[in-house]
Design a protein around this ligand. Sequence first.
Ligand code: CNA
Length: 320
Amino acid sequence: ITRELSKRVKLPQYNTIDDAVHLLKKSKNIIVLTGAGISTSLGIPDFRSKETGLYSQLEHLGLSDPQEVFDITIFREDPSIFYSVAKDILPSTQKFSPTHAFIKLLQDKEKLLTNFTQNIDNLESYAGILPEKLIQCHGSFATATCVECGYRVKCEEIYKDLKAGRVARCDRCIRNMRLKPFGIKRKRSTNGLSTSKKKRQSYEDSTDDEDYDIAVAGVMKPDITFFGEDLPATFHDRLTKHDKDLVDLVIVIGTSLKVAPVSEVSGFLPPETPQIYISREPCQHVDFDIDMLGECDTIVTELCRRAGWDLKHEMIKEDD
Ligand code: CNA
């Protein structure tokens, strides 16, 4: 989408919370673009919040850049780095936040055009966002695929490994190895995929051939988009061939907009489409028409209150 990107110019007629409420009430085709901030109230850390964000907690891994945890080249070299962190962003419940409920309410009111989410926690589906309204720009933890043989499973099947911080292995690859007759020498490498040299050395020192092979058998990778991988084609298709001509309001919630190409969506859409930003901190590199800074759950609750909409959620108290 970069080719058609333009610097967005703020629309002067929209400024206040009541302008936002007015826009919400009149719009019929709303794009909601979400990030990790809409799940933090459930205890799932985001990436970039100081102190609580995942990146600030990753120093112990000795990475030069915390993004390396989600870098596909590094994953291929040593998947244990990703697996040691994945448990922290894997939701342990199917609970969703009031902000997820707000997006569902827009859907119920037939106002939701698309929810583009960068989140991989899959909580939108638990909130009831319809698959045809949801684009998971960076994939999700819902399924995982063997990087070696392409065998795909539901994430529940590797959930124990994920929760234990252990590299999940492909059952099919392991089964195939066990079925091989004695006497046939198995290959030690795994199509370019190997554990780190140190780990390989320790397996070589301490285990026999079969244990070694099974230890490095196909690694399961959750179907989330790593840095260095393409986004699902549905992201571009939905935006450029469908939403671009229909959208009448954009609401961006709980994202620092630092990851391309999702960060470019705002500048790609028609300049006359109003855009609202809801997050804890301002976004310095995009000019939104209305910035609403604070806890997103509180802000969407207040927007609904002023709109006269009944946003129901167990975390919203009567006097909120
Ligand atoms: P980010 O860069 O960490 O930004 C999150 C933004 O949300 C920050 O600007 C925060 O200030 C703000 N924020 C945090 N909590 C709240 C809150 N309660 N109310 C309002 N604002 C809040 O994360 P992005 O989503 O921008 O970055 C995209 C990455 C993060 C994607 O690739 C995701 O896969 C990845 N991620 C996803 C999850 C998840 O699925 N829950 C968790 C962690 C990271």
